[in-house]
Design a protein around this ligand. Structure first.
Ligand SMILES: [Zn+2]
Length: 104
């Protein structure tokens, strides 16, 4: 989580590109942030990142149901000693909203 706290946040206007993301169901809230998680990359591939907010004009949307996922767990002492019995939703949402994880 600390790695996400100092990520740059910026605004792109009047750009074309691609959004890719997923919607995490509420029942998976202990391992991810429930709701939509989108990343954007500009058409010229020079800017993009995690999306905090967006407005669009015309879009073409494609959706696919995913019924399984593969999760890789950290293999370190810190992870093994973490208390994962409490939900991380509030902590994850705080980082997502405060951080903005894009890059140019
Ligand atoms: Zn993201």
């Amino acid at each position: 989580m600390d790695a996400l706290k100092n990520q740059p946040e910026f605004e792109l206007r009047n750009v074309r590109g691609t959004l890719v993301g997923f919607r995490c169901p509420a029942y998976a809230g202990n391992v991810n942030v429930p709701g939509y998680h989108l990343h954007f990359i500009t058409e010229d591939r020079k800017a993009g990142g995690h999306v905090l907010e967006l407005q669009t004009d015309t879009v073409t949307a494609r959706m696919e149901g995913v019924h399984e996922f593969h999760m890789v767990l950290p293999h370190n002492k810190s992870f093994y000693h973490s208390d994962l019995t409490k939900g991380k939703k509030a902590e994850l949402e705080k980082v997502e909203k405060a951080g903005g994880t894009g890059s140019r």
